[in-house]
Structures are given as structure tokens and as C-alpha cells.
Design a protein around this ligand. Sequence first.
Ligand SMILES: Cc1ncc(COP(=O)(O)O)c(C=O)c1O
Length: 412
Amino acid sequence: MAGDGALPVCWQDCMTSSLGSADRHVYFDNAATSFPKPRAVVDAVVEYMTSVGGNPGRSGHSRSVGAGEAVFAAREAAAALFGVTNPMRVIFGSNATAALNLAIQGILREGDHAVTTAIEHNSTIRPLMEMERRGVAVTVVSCPAGIVDRDEFERSIRPETKLAVVNHASNAFGILQPIAEIGSICKRRGVILLADCAQTAGVIPIAMKDDHIDLLAFAGHKGLYGPTGTGGLAISDGFDHSLIRPLAFGGTGSNSDSVYQPDFLPDRFESGTVNAAGISGLCAGIRHIASIPDGIRGVQSRKRELVNYFIRGAEECIRGFMTYAPPGLIETGVVSFNIAGMEPSDVAFHLAESHGVMCRSGLHCAPLAHRTMGTFPRGTVRFSFGIFNTKDEIDFAIGVLDEISRAWRAHE
Ligand SMILES: Cc1ncc(COP(=O)(O)O)c(C=O)c1O
């Protein structure tokens, strides 16, 4: 296979010193968290830690004001990314899980009904199951071949349905859901739509208004290339945020004369000191994505290219190689596969231990998705490509997979 390993020039602004060396390390676990981070992200965190350093929104001195400005710049960048007019509608938290919990636990009450799908991550399913224990009814709509059944979704809506929680793209299989169609159904039926965009923020263009997404949970540390410990909830323009009860109450730096939680945004949902250093890095990550030629569309097409290149090459070279999602439906750089007869965990172990190819195996925190796709309970090996991966790395990994599968067959 001829590999064109070259990165587009302006994508090279990153810490790739360990890639492509003789003792190479290949990182194909970007769906868990992206690596490497753009140099600008590292610089922004260092700049915050060394030159800004105050607590945002707490004091009048320059370090506190500078911290507030840094966090506000990130709010503006995230709001623009998702098409939200008012940056104060971006609530920062520690990850996508925290955002999903805020929306799910904050909205649902005993007697309500919620709809979700059979392709969700446990960060959606587990909070919903907890709400079920607290008296909320939950319907899980099936996803034949990985795509939510729109008719079943609509039929599942009842008069007491308050919330739908839908994965924008599966972390296990990379399959994108028709979020705009789901959004239209929700809008027509008066159901709040919470989209889990952990895998799509920074990877797929998202316009909350056009897609009728009321609430959007995002991870800052995956496709947005921010540090770990970043993420948030974007609240669409016009959505009545008083429908969400805060999960945490406490100091916000605002209304300090009152013993009650402020009801305005973002303070209603941001008690305690935010991860301002991480958020500064996240802001740089969002800007980095925007600076790539064609922005998010450029990211999306690069990932499509890498996915197709890998699947074509692996199918050609590796006996027993099988994937589960049609390549045309994979949009986020995620490929789940197996090698016939081999345990996914053994494949991942050999890839990492002997050859420095880092990926993830098993169920990827998405047992329902694997049941849906017929890969439960063993799961799959998951390669998840990021913007810094190259075709040369894919060639190398295919060679290693071929070697592993031959060695395994020889011992059979
Ligand atoms: C689809 C999906 N939802 C939610 C999450 C949770 O994200 P975080 O680790 O930022 O909490 C993940 C993480 O992999 C995910 O892939």
C-alpha cells in the first residue's frame, strides 16, 4: 500500500516528536481522549498557569479579571461552534458525563418519561437508569444496523415524555444519527432534546438551532483537543434554563449577599472554581480546529479518508478482518473491528505491548451499542483516528495486525 503520510502543513503545529521514530508510538485512541494536543493548547495552559493564575469572577485584581476574560473567550468560542448566540449559555464542567448528568438529573422528576436509544454510552444510560429507580419511566428505542428507528422513536413519545437523550455519534461504531430529523420530531411533539455530542464536537458541524437541539453535552478533551477535565453543556437560545435544577450549589463569585443560588447563567450551574487553566487550553483547541483548512468539514473529510484507507487496507491484507458499520456511515474516525477467532483484548494487548500501537478493546462503556451491533459481550478492537494521524501510521498498524493474526493462526 502506498501511504501518503504527509499532514497538511497547518496541521503540523503539534507535539509529534514521538511519532514516526524507530521505536514508534502510534496513538489510535482519540475517541477516549485526543493525543497529541496542538502546541497552542499546551501553550495556552502554560500561559494561564504562569501569567494569569487568578480565580475567574471572584476578585477585582488583574489576575482574577484576566482569568475571567480567558474563561469568557472560551465560552464565546464554544457558543460560536454550536451556533448559540449568548456565550453565557455555555456551562463548563469537568467532562461530557457531568453535562449529561446535569441535564438528565436536572430535568427529570418522578412521573416523567424519557426516551433514549440502544446505541448510547453508559454516561447517558446510567444516569437514566438511576432516574428510573427514582420513578422516571425510560424507553430505549432500537437502532437497527446502528441507526435509530425514527418511527419507533416517534411512537415511543407519550403525553408525559419530557426528555429525549440521543447520541449524535456512537463512540463504539462511529455511526452518526440523523439528529436533525430526531430534533424535528422532538420539536413537533414538545419534547426536550439533549444531544450527546461527546464524539462529534469539533468533528461534525453542529448547529443547535437548525438541528432543534435544546441541550448539547460536549467533551472538551476529545475532538476539541482541550485538556482532560474539560467539557460542558450548551443551552440553546430561548430554552428556559429554569427547567433544569442545579446538581451542585455553592459559591459563584456573584450575589454574595444572598444565601440562595443565583438563577442566571452560567452561575446557576457553575458553583465553585472552574478549571480555568483547562478551559484556556480548550479555547485554544477550538480555535485550532477553526484554523484548519475548511475547519470542521476539513476534519470530517480527513477522518473519512483515514477510516476508508484503513478499512480498505485491512480488508485486503488481514485474514479474518471484520468491521461492523458500513464505511459510508462512519463519520467520526472510529472503526470497530475484530479478527476472526481472536479476543479483542489480545489483539489490543499485542498491538500496544510489542508494537506501540495504542487503541481500546472491549465494550467501550457502551454495552447497549454492542448488543445492538451483535458484538456483546466480547466487544471489538477500536481504532479512533485524530487529526494528527497519518496514512503511514495506518500502514504500520495494518502490518502489525497482519503479523499478529498470522502468529495466532500458526499457533492454532
Ligand atoms: C458518546 C459518549 N458520551 C459520553 C462520553 C463521556 O465523555 P467524558 O469522558 O468526557 O465524560 C463519551 C466518552 O467516551 C462518549 O464517547
